[in-house]
Design a binder for this molecule. Sequence first.
Ligand code: FE2
Length: 365
Amino acid sequence: MSNTDFLPIKGTDYVEFYVGNAKQAAHYYQTAFGFQPLAYAGLETGLKDRASYALRQGKITFVFTTALIPESPIAEHQKTHGDGIKTIALWVDDATKAWKETTSRGARSCMEPKKIIDEYGEIILSGIHIYGETVHVFVERKNYFGAFMPGFRKWEPEYRPAETGLKYVDHIVGNVGWGEMNKWVNFYGKVMGFEQLVSFDDKDISTEYTALMSKVMANDNMRIKFPINEPAEGRKKSQIEEYIEFYRGAGAQHVAMATDNIVETIQQLKARGVEFLHVPDTYYDTVIDRVKEIEEDLETLKKLRILIDRDEDGYLLQLFTKPVEDRPTVFFEIIQRKGAKSFGKGNFKALFEAIELEQASRGTL
Ligand code: FE2
């Protein structure tokens, strides 16, 4: 870590989804993805307007929150955006300093630093607005020893399907509107001290119909990586435009979750009903020419439709789910890195062609 990093971040603390039915969402992430019950807050813990379920797998913590009353801003959010990601929470040593450093550089505050306390210690939270209605919450938990945070109680149901090998959040992608990518690249650079990793333009990632531009911003220790996408002009509507139309604005597009064994993880997820994008057969005809030697059996990868890409540091294996709600918005990526530090640029064309097949079937291409 460099001495000049004014916003040291230890990792992703949690990702909070605002959903229409948190009880059922929690069940889906337990059953389909193998997240483990962690903590609960709702009527039984004294809340009147919302309920939240926290689940964990490896270092990944998801919180599913729903409104209990129609006047709640959570209900408004859900009405506008459908189920989606409200909060990308970042784990820091000093949430007060994180708030001061970012707001003094132009971030708009959504939560002044506040201390919350229970019998297990204290947590300090603060927050800033990012793209769309999404926010970052800074979480300081060095003096907290409970399950998740004050306000929640331990959630210990008997129902506990096994984990599926998901380890940590690799990156979280934001979709922003036409011409807004550089605004948010500059935001992460100036306000949060991130640096740009990779850039590619619509010449890199365009198919007959779809085009987009993307830049990746990363923090000092590289634990936080945020690719920012904006739509580019194509012959028909791009998947980024489709997202923005259905999400009614900018928002988080996908969370990439890392595994040490993508073959086992994908087998598990498929057996539990997670739906993945269909990669065309023809992808596997030429992929080895592109990525050269890999340790995995190509037939196994083909059977599971796992994608492969290589950069100068190594290779990676990845696969994308279909959107996990009825609006074609938020989805997940499963990724296993074998040296590669990039994001699967070589797969974008094959992938977009697969997405376009889905768009065509929805009549939104
Ligand atoms: Fe990704």
